[in-house]
Write a protein that binds this ligand. Sequence first.
Ligand SMILES: Cc1cc2nc3c(=O)[nH]c(=O)nc-3n(C[C@H](O)[C@H](O)[C@H](O)COP(=O)(O)OP(=O)(O)OC[C@H]3O[C@@H](n4cnc5c(N)ncnc54)[C@H](O)[C@@H]3O)c2cc1C
Length: 89
Amino acid sequence: MRFFLNAQGRKLIQEGGRVIGAILDQTKKGYSIKIRTRRGVILACGDFSASEALKQRYFTPDFAKIPPYNPHSQGEGHAMGVEVGGRLG
Ligand SMILES: Cc1cc2nc3c(=O)[nH]c(=O)nc-3n(C[C@H](O)[C@H](O)[C@H](O)COP(=O)(O)OP(=O)(O)OC[C@H]3O[C@@H](n4cnc5c(N)ncnc54)[C@H](O)[C@@H]3O)c2cc1C
């Protein structure tokens, strides 16, 4: 197993209707890398409690005003999943 540190998941790669990898931004090095996986991709980017837009869309306006505990919880995993046909709701 290989770990990529300071790597931000940005986009899932599809082939023949299947997710076969992902593009990661190596934030400290300033370039992106393409990873090809054998068995799929697990999205583990946390929740979207720091995304005002997603909270407005999926929760009540009052709930959306609650400040996030983790500012990195921007729902990027959710967005990547939706981009390849996933549905939230
Ligand atoms: C104050 C507080 C107290 C809690 N107490 C408890 C408790 O006592 N017991 C309990 O069971 N649960 C507790 N929870 C809930 C628990 O913390 C969460 O359910 C759990 O951390 C969720 O784990 P996760 O791995 O899905 O997401 P997270 O722990 O949020 O991890 C997601 C990670 O992905 C990273 N990330 C985000 N976007 C990207 C990207 N594009 N590319 C790469 N990485 C990315 C984030 O920086 C983060 O490190 C608590 C939560 C809070 C806020």
